[in-house]
Design a protein around this ligand. Structure first.
Ligand code: SF4
Length: 296
């Protein structure tokens, strides 16, 4: 499949079936921390980058699998696809699972784009700066993008959209910490349902640095209503690992594991992600459900 990937375990979204509407890597920004590499097509011009019918065929072929969200994200900025609204509406006809859009917020300045994105159930926009110089340093936007306009777009979107907005702030050491108070003020005005602080976790292509755990905790004083989402401190406690691996001898879903242990689905997802990275478990989709197996 070219446009649908996963389901992948996502700490923010649980089991997420991804939809990628763009050729790698097409974006309106070239963020210094981007984990999928440098932007080769830096643009704010919307287009039908990939054929909608092909995307919808792929979604139809996997939509009875086990997942929590159908998530538009991937090789760039999904709102650059000018058929986004049509694709979301058609996908909704095929399945009863909620639809999420991860966006860098840049095109939410446009009422037409806001209307399309509002077809989703959950929108996860990002805001990494509140002043133009920091915006240009951290996100390296396409010419013409102004952070003041983007903040206004986010505020308008809040008033127009009845679903949930989870606003993400990516913090990069020595780059946007100085803008934190202004970002916090803008976030308060945007009034998202959740405010999530992140820092560099997966190795980006450039040498940017994460905030330490203590520095992230200090940021909670600037963003008192925020939650912290990075996974740099994730470790599987030995007792939990033994429990999980013994239940995975026969194979189990996240729900089976949750029923057979004291662990929440959210903790299980992060633990499974680590065990998978450590090659201690594998996954397989059976009858549309995602099973995990211990490696022998
Ligand atoms: S907006 Fe997202 S995809 Fe685009 S450069 Fe930034 S992190 Fe990468």
């Amino acid at each position: 499949m070219d446009h649908v990937f996963g389901p992948v375990l996502s700490r923010r979204l649980g089991l997420s079936l991804g939809v990628d509407l763009l050729p790698l890597k097409t974006c309106s920004m070239d963020c210094s921390y981007c984990e999928i590499g440098s932007t080769t097509c830096l643009t704010t011009r919307r287009d039908r980058f990939v054929p909608e019918m092909r995307v919808l065929r792929e979604i139809r072929s996997v939509c009875d699998q086990d997942f929590d969200f159908l998530t538009f994200a991937g090789s760039g900025e999904p709102t650059l696809h000018s058929g986004l609204g049509d694709i979301i509406r058609a996908a909704r006809e095929m399945m009863d699972r909620p639809i999420a859009v991860i966006t860098n917020s840049s095109l939410l300045t446009s009422p037409a784009v806001r209307r399309e994105v509002a077809s989703a159930d959950l929108v996860l926009p990002s805001l990494d700066a509140a002043s133009q110089d920091v915006f240009e340093q951290i996100d390296r936007p396409a010419p013409g993008l102004l952070i003041g306009d983007i903040i206004e777009g986010l505020k308008s979107f809040r008033t127009e959209f009845g679903g949930e907005i989870w606003l993400e702030v990516m913090l990069v050491k020595g780059v946007n910490e100085t803008d934190a108070e202004r970002i916090a003020k803008a976030a308060e005005e945007i009034s998202p349902d959740r405010l999530q602080l992140n820092t560099v976790v997966r190795p980006p292509s450039e040498p940017v640095l994460p905030l330490s755990q203590d520095e992230m905790l200090d940021m909670l004083e600037v963003f008192p209503d925020a939650e912290i989402i990075p996974d740099w401190d994730w470790q599987v406690p030995p007792a939990a690992e033994a429990q999980i691996l013994s239940l995975l001898n026969q194979g189990a879903t996240v729900e089976d594991l949750s029923a057979g242990t004291e662990l929440s689905c959210s903790d299980l997802m992060k633990y499974l992600k680590i065990l998978e990275a450590e090659k201690k478990i594998t996954r397989s989709s059976l009858d549309g459900r995602l099973f995990f197996f211990a490696k022998i």
